[in-house]
Design a protein around this ligand. Sequence first.
Ligand code: ADP
Length: 497
Amino acid sequence: MATAVISMDPGVSRFVAAKHRMLINGKWVEAASGKTFPTYNPATGEVLSNIAEGDVADVNRAVAAARAAFESGPWPKMSPSERGRLVWKIGDLIEKYAEELAQLESLDNGKPLKVARAADVPLAADHFRYYAGWATKIEGNTISLGLAPADKFHAYTRREPVGVVAQIIPWNFPLLMAAWKLAPALAMGCTIVLKPAEQTPLSALRLGEIIQEAGIPDGVVNIVPGYGETAGAALAAHDDVDKVAFTGSTEVGKLILKAAAGNLKKVSLELGGKSPNIVFDDADLDRAISGAAGAIFFNHGQCCCAGSRLFIEKDIFDKVVDGVSQHAEKIRVRPGFDPECDMGPLVSEEQMNRVCGYMDSGKQEGAKAVTGGTRVGDKGYFVKPTVLVNTNDKMKVVQEEIFGPVVTAMPFSDASDIVPKSNDTIYGLAAGIWTRDIKKAHAVAAKLRAGTVWINCYNVFDAALPFGGYKQSGWGREMGHEVLENYTEVKTVCAAL
Ligand code: ADP
């Protein structure tokens, strides 16, 4: 395996082999307990740096700071235009520090540096800019009462910020997930306590510095790194948090919901998936094959919307499986800093063991790996891009979210057969359809129980496109104007004239 040859950005060097604090009320502070936790370089398994470990006491301090910033201080008094300008500035600063952020992301998460440069960082910058524009577009309605004469009442609605928001994010797109959460909440005037994933805290901490540099007032954004069972659980349960926004596994989503019940805080959840990707025999096959490979192998399959169930019309099954397998074999699995890296390591040893466990279970249940099926080497957390055939609906690899570069390929006979097969899952996050028949594409799209359907494309994300799940893939939507519902309350004002 080649070694890293890209030199480290000076801004990144200070994040390596160092100790980092958490951001509470505009100050970088140690954990109340004095404890730290390590974050690892998944390409080597070595400790990258140590981070202040947030727990209940730190969550309490951060929530108190967010509450104070929400109730008094400059933030609630700021005009929407001024707030929007600060949010825009975060986008500008992300662009200014793009290389540093991309390198941090690649080191901490394992993803190829070229992907962090081309996707994670520019999408995060764009996200802040998109929501900066929404700050000045918060509107209510004037409403005529149905049962009263028009001159007796004047009634209208106001959209107001929901309050103190807890945001708990995963490790697959650490910076981008922080942007998805922070940008709309800031634009709507909320204050925030953000908990990055314990596997990948570094880019969120750097983003905290950027947020300060942009001029967001103290206490508006607090960043408390730590473990899910401690810091995350304390945030989800906190009585003075008005809303919790979570992205992560369906299993933890259910825990968040239970924890939130104490004070009935508002909850939005963006959870797991087992998305069908459907190739009809009238598709442009070159496009469909490379699209199907990208749908599962992008970000090492560590995407909630990964096209992990590949359904292929039966007369082209072998051809598409061959094509996707050939793509898989060409993927160069290397450390993220290697310029020739197409796929880096999985994020952690735990994740690698989980994915290898699924590959083994598939084989034990009778599936066959056309390509892949094992770990790569014995250092770092690399696995081979894997295509499984001979699967059936009962197998764990078909039913459960693997969150790794493993796709199950299954034949189907026609449009009426594929809809129930696609919907036969507890999840409903995304789906893909590949066909030249526009009528069939839209007819099938309408029948799929999924929050996003991509036609002749996959993994197309844009701040303007709402994203979220049906069924156990979640509650509410991220992105688009729909996410603004998550961060606002509607107040009805009715005045007698
Ligand atoms: P994954 O299984 O992919 O690591 P998780 O759903 O476990 O995803 O983690 C996503 C985020 O949820 C992380 O920030 C993690 O620390 C947090 N988390 C995990 N468990 C809990 C919990 N019990 N309460 C609150 N947050 C949690």
